[in-house]
Design a protein around this ligand. Structure first.
Ligand SMILES: [Zn+2]
Length: 226
């Protein structure tokens, strides 16, 4: 006999959490991303609530960490007559297929884009030290691109437009400018943090525990509060 509960009309779910508007500090909004990990607890990716519900529904959530984010009510279970409810946590450990780098994690080279670069550098210009919003910042090639410098994490730094223009096609030494911090290539876990739109405290603590001990982000997060 089939013991599998039959769910009628999975989504759409009723949401017992506020939508994007009227957000309050105590009630996480539905757009809050969930941190997905593999079965061993290694961070994998950010997922939205729909993907989280799908993982719960298909039995791929092995255990949860963090705190409850929201509850979603689904269809009626044909066998029990009860309405299904999914309580989504801020961190979920899952089984099954993922797009994670798995064993190649150690050699993972994250893609370079401005948003994660600016976040790596705490939205600070690495020359003048001032903080700017994203649209006022630019990607500076320490060794200029026009002179063979590579467009890689280790050769790029966040700079305000003014400093970037002042430096022009010169190295910092040639321009008499000093870098405030050394660029670094994020690890997989660090890159997940950098990609997070709004990282909750428990998610942050979880990710921090997976950063290398030597990660510059430990001190950056502490002193730059980015
Ligand atoms: Zn600057």
């Amino acid at each position: 006999m089939d013991k599998t509960p039959h769910l009628v009309g999975m989504p759409p779910f009723r949401v017992d959490a506020p939508l994007d508007s009227d957000e309050t500090a105590s009630a996480p909004r539905l757009s809050q991303q969930v941190l997905r990990t593999d079965i061993s607890g290694m961070p994998l990716e950010w997922i939205d609530y729909k993907e989280a519900v799908r993982l719960y529904h298909t039995g791929q959530v092995a255990y949860t960490c963090g705190s409850p984010l929201y509850s979603l009510l689904g269809g009626i279970n044909a066998r029990t007559g009860l309405q299904t409810q999914v309580d989504v946590n801020s961190i979920i450990a899952t089984v099954g297929h993922t797009h994670s780098p798995g064993a190649r994690r150690g050699a993972y080279l994250p893609p370079l884009n401005n948003e994660t670069l600016f976040k790596r550098d705490g939205y600070l210009c690495m020359y003048c030290g001032s903080r700017f919003s994203s649209h006022q910042l630019s990607r500076d090639h320490i060794k200029p691109f026009s002179r063979g410098g590579q467009d890689t994490w280790a050769n790029v730094i966040t700079a305000c437009r003014r400093c970037n223009n002042a430096k022009a096609s010169r190295t910092p030494e040639e321009a008499g400018m000093q870098l405030l911090a050394v660029p670094f290539i994020p690890t997989f876990a660090e890159y997940i943090y950098l990609k997070g739109r709004r990282v909750l405290t428990d998610q942050m603590e979880y990710l921090l525990a997976h950063f290398p001990r030597s990660s510059p982000l430990h001190s950056r997060l502490h002193s730059w509060s980015c």
